[in-house]
Design a protein around this ligand. Structure first.
Ligand code: R1P
Ligand code: URA
Length: 302
């Protein structure tokens, strides 16, 4: 592929560099997941018509676009961690006209009350990032982990998710609260690894004190919420400060950090199908207040 523009590389037919989608291949409603298998399972729930458009980029972003109950929707598997969220949000925003709704359907660890197989719907997220400077010899006055201020989800998206998931799984299995987005599955989620100096033995005490309403630990939501809150109305007409991405998320509890239980992976496919259907039901009910990307020439055109 030949790319022009080092600032935001694109092919002559408008494919972005990493996600590799062009206009008309991504819908305004997008569900992002970490795992390809989860995305492929969700794409099986799409309507039979039009046929599902599938694309895997050279950087392993997997996209499926189609319709669910007649509404255009995309699911994208991005892999893990903050950097991949940045690629996904920016490159997808660049090829879609109109307001967007982005929902992450992930997995997480739970801190209190939520058991393996339960669902979390975070109304906000903070980041906990390893403070690399602390691990250098002159670390006076530094802490080994940095905690950001919270970034909020959109209350309408949170309510849609909560409502659909509660209907399917029952109130006792759906938990709201603050999510922690760590930059590692290990050190900044308080896991002890004797092969490395991590200085994280008291991280859970710090979380208890500083983030008493935290319910979950995962690796993408803070960046997703942050970028959505920084979004503008470009590329339509001219750039304004108006936010153009509505955002929310839900995660299945894979690790109960209080009891030290981890999910039996044989139950994951069924849980993902049931949860995935609830997420699709939520996203198609999202109400945009402006025109969406034209159907004409798109992969979801009927
Ligand atoms: C770690 O196992 C991964 O699982 C969670 C974390 O956020 C991280 O990406 O989410 P996904 O299952 O969506 O990847
Ligand atoms: N994903 C995470 O990031 N942490 C967990 O404990 C489980 C899933």
């Amino acid at each position: 592929m030949v790319f022009s523009n080092a600032n935001f590389p694109m092919t002559s037919d408008g494919r972005t560099y990493h996600v590799e989608l062009k206009r008309g291949e991504c819908a305004n409603r997008v569900i992002t997941v970490g795992d390809h298998a989860r995305a492929k399972r969700m794409a099986k729930l799409f309507d039979p018509v039009p046929p599902v458009f599938e694309y895997t980029s050279h950087r392993n972003f997997y996209t499926a676009t189609g319709r669910y109950k007649g509404v255009p929707v995309t699911v994208i598997a991005i892999g893990m961690g903050n950097a991949l969220v940045d690629f996904f949000v920016r490159e997808v925003r660049a090829v879609v006209d109109g307001p967007m709704c982005m929902i992450r359907f992930g997995s997480c660890g739970s801190l209190k009350g939520a058991h393996v197989g339960n669902f979390i719907v975070p109304d906000s997220a903070v980041g906990i990032f390893r403070n690399y400077d602390y691990f250098l010899p002159d670390n006076e006055g530094l802490l080994p982990y940095m905690i950001t201020k919270p970034a909020p989800a959109d209350s309408d998206v949170v309510a849609l998710l909560e409502n659909e998931l509660t209907t399917v799984f029952g109130e006792e299995k759906v938990h709201k609260g603050l999510n922690i987005n760590a930059d590692s599955f290990y050190s900044s989620q308080g896991r002890i690894d004797e092969n490395f100096v991590d200085h994280n033995e008291d991280l859970f005490d710090r979380i208890d004190k500083e983030l008493p309403n935290a319910v979950s630990l995962e690796m993408e939501n803070f960046i997703l919420y942050h970028l959505a809150n920084c979004s503008t109305t470009a590329p339509l007409a001219q750039k304004t400060a108006k936010k153009s991405i509505s955002v929310g998320s839900t995660m299945m509890v894979f690790a109960d950090r209080a009891s030290n239980e981890f999910i039996d992976h044989s139950i994951v496919p069924a849980l993902e199908m049931k949860g995935g259907r609830a997420v699709l039901e939520a996203i198609v009910k999202w109400q945009p207040h402006e025109d969406l990307h034209s159907d004409v020439g798109s992969v979801w055109e009927l």
